[in-house]
Design a protein around this ligand. Structure first.
Ligand code: DGY
Length: 356
């Protein structure tokens, strides 16, 4: 979309004003904030737009989302709000969709590009926080923190014994990273520099030698990664290619003492196969922040003790969630031609639509 482009004359809602002027009176363009978000971030948007928001945070069914988007030129979304061909076809006035998430598998980017709709996400601002959490989840799984806490809370701790909740070490172990983008690299640095781990990784493409050296990480094939890792961390983006990248066959290659941590997206790991491998102790433990079909969790994962489960909170520090919300707002404001970056949103996913 060209800088400063407005939705003038493109209002498919027939009468709902997506225009910049009505009867000679300048009008603000309308945007939709699809989920509850920090009130001051909504206020920032109101400086530029008419804003319909969702303070009650009710999840709108798709038909309602489509209806509420009528007349809106922009949408502030989160990773669970679908923006696909059907939504776009019903809302041809839409110009920008701005995710408060680094992941964007809720967007059909190709369909957006075909319609000239800008897509943005929130990279970088969550990298270190998410890497911290991935490391925490890996350590909790390896050292059996959830499992032992539940034991204590159930009142079953009556005496100390020598092999009580023995787990596996992090320091000096082999850290395997599947997906070596920004977050994978941040996890590698923690492992190599903080915990003296040997770091191996597998990625679609090998990293530059300088980045490998800085992360002290060696590139290996996927099969070797699975066989050699003491602790496997998954940080791949979700796509049809990464769907079930870890299933029964891949789990069978892992060491029985190994842990698996998934902070990427549900669907990359076959959760049913993982629950079976955990129940049969074919791997030692897992840490999961994301799930296939979340917020529903596979019932077998809820019954195996050797898994730490968290509700998709890897980026959830106050500072980072605020940074994500503000970056999504910066993107929306700039995409629709306002603010200091008018026409140049900070993190476009399909910048080709910005070209005049
Ligand atoms: C992200 O930013 O993609 C996180 O998973 C939150 O949705």
């Amino acid at each position: 979309m060209a800088p400063g482009r407005s939705a003038q004359g493109e209002d498919a809602a027939g009468g709902r004003c997506g225009r910049t002027e009505c009867a000679g009176v300048p009008m603000k363009q309308s945007v939709l904030v699809t989920r509850a978000v920090f009130p001051d971030v909504v206020e920032r948007l109101r400086e530029h737009f008419e804003v319909e928001d969702n303070p009650s945070d009710r999840i709108w069914p798709k038909a309602e989302l489509i209806e509420r988007l009528h007349g809106k030129v922009g949408a502030f979304t989160t990773g669970s709000v679908p923006i696909d061909a059907e939504v776009l076809a019903a809302n041809p006035q839409l110009r920008a969709v701005c995710n408060m998430a680094v992941g964007y598998n809720n967007f059909d980017v190709a369909a957006c590009t075909a319609r000239g709709v800008l897509c943005t996400n929130t990279p970088d601002v969550l990298t270190e926080t998410t890497a911290d959490f991935g490391f925490a989840l890996m350590m909790a799984a390896a050292r059996r923190i959830s499992e032992s806490e539940h034991f204590l809370r159930r009142g079953e701790w009556t005496q100390w014994f020598y092999d009580m909740f023995v787990g596996s070490d992090i320091h000096g172990a082999t850290l395997g990273i599947l997906g070596m983008g920004r977050i994978g690299q941040a996890i590698a640095r923690r492992g190599a520099h903080g915990f003296g781990m040997r770091v191996i990784y597998h990625n679609r493409s090998r990293l530059d030698a300088a980045i490998e050296a800085e992360c002290k990480a060696s590139y290996v094939g996927k099969e070797q990664l699975l066989r050699d890792a003491d602790h496997l961390v998954i940080v791949l983006p979700y796509s049809s290619e990464s769907h079930h990248a870890i299933g029964a066959a891949e789990l069978a290659l892992m060491k029985p003492s190994a842990t698996l941590t998934n902070i990427a997206r549900g669907g990359i790991v076959d959760d049913a196969a993982l629950a079976k491998a955990l129940a049969e102790r074919r791997i030692a433990a897992a840490g999961l922040d994301v799930f296939e079909g979340e917020p529903t969790v596979h019932p077998d994962l809820l019954t195996v003790p050797n898994v730490v489960l968290t509700p998709h909170i890897a980026s959830a520090s106050v500072a980072t969630r605020r940074a994500m919300a503000n970056l999504a707002a910066d993107n929306l404001i700039a995409a629709l031609g306002f603010g200091p970056n008018a026409g140049k949103p900070p993190s476009p996913l399909n910048p080709e639509v910005l070209r005049p």
